[in-house]
Write a protein that binds this ligand. Structure first.
Ligand SMILES: CC(C)(COP(=O)(O)OP(=O)(O)OC[C@H]1O[C@@H](n2cnc3c(N)ncnc32)[C@H](O)[C@@H]1OP(=O)(O)O)[C@@H](O)C(=O)NCCC(=O)NCCS
Length: 232
């Protein structure tokens, strides 16, 4: 089982690829988005689309275009939710069917290396920095990178529902290293998400990568808090 697959429940299609391998051709609807991009960006985008289609196939969904909006967010086919991430050495995508109760997915892949010290204040809240500083020195930089990755995953999960660009201090992350899970707490309203709303995610560190994952399930309810059930 791949590293990503361990982080997602049944019903989520998962695919990964080595970004250095050749990518299949883009669909015309996707081509426009990278027609002026440099070769490396075209390749990254194309491998992400390959992964998205491979992930769809695992759920029996026919291969189809996944264009991007002006905001860069993937435009998933009707009835599908998903997320894409790439970094040096690994690209991945996850997809799921709305009809199976999935409302949004988030995926982020980062190299398992410490976050640059000079990014710490921009990425982490004071509380997160206090927690990191209490860790053994050999762990704190890597856990800071995990917090960064978790925030990217929260961002990708919330955006399709809220349409809002939120910054790194809009959410704080509490990592449970023993359980390999994290809790993300909103400090802003990003409807349907509210201040103090908490979402749950999972993470794994293996084979030189940190992967963070989030799944939102459930049906529309009266309040944002009731609206989401996450990892049971
Ligand atoms: C988009 C972003 C989340 C990740 O981009 P990145 O650093 O290139 O990292 P990744 O490769 O993991 O992810 C890129 C993929 O995310 C997806 N993506 C981009 N914007 C997105 C959005 N608004 N919503 C959902 N997914 C998005 C795309 O599929 C993109 O790949 P593609 O352009 O090849 O299709 C980040 O750059 C960004 O803009 N962040 C905004 C601020 C933020 O993260 N705040 C944290 C709040 S807690």
């Amino acid at each position: 089982m791949s590293l990503l697959a361990t982080l997602f429940e049944p019903g989520v299609g998962v695919a990964t690829a080595d970004p250095s391998r050749p990518a299949a051709s883009l669909y015309p609807a996707e081509e426009a988005f990278v027609s002026h991009a440099v070769e490396q960006r075209r390749r990254e985008f194309a491998i992400g689309r390959d992964c998205a289609r491979m992930a769809m196939r695992t759920l029996g969904i026919p291969a189809q275009a996944v264009p991007a909006g002006g905001d860069r967010a993937p435009i998933w086919p009707d009835g599908i939710v998903g997320s894409i991430s790439h970094c040096d050495g690994l690209c991945g995508a996850v997809v799921a069917r709305r009809a199976h109760g999935f409302r949004s997915l988030g995926l982020d892949i980062e190299p398992a290396s410490p976050l640059d010290d000079d990014l710490m204040d921009a990425i982490c809240t004071g509380q997160e920095i206090d927690w990191l500083e209490a860790l053994p020195a050999c762990q704190s930089g890597l856990m800071a990178r995990a917090i960064f990755s978790a925030k990217e995953t929260v961002y990708k999960t919330q955006y399709p529902l809220s349409g809002q660009l939120i910054d790194f201090h809009a959410v704080s992350i509490r990592l449970d290293m023993a359980a390999a899970r994290f809790a993300a707490t909103f400090h802003v309203n990003a409807s349907p998400f509210r201040v103090d709303e908490q979402l749950q995610g999972r993470f794994a560190i293996d084979a030189g990568f940190i992967v963070t994952a989030m799944v939102l399930k459930g049906v529309q309810a009266k309040t944002a808090r009731q609206e989401f059930t996450t990892w049971a």
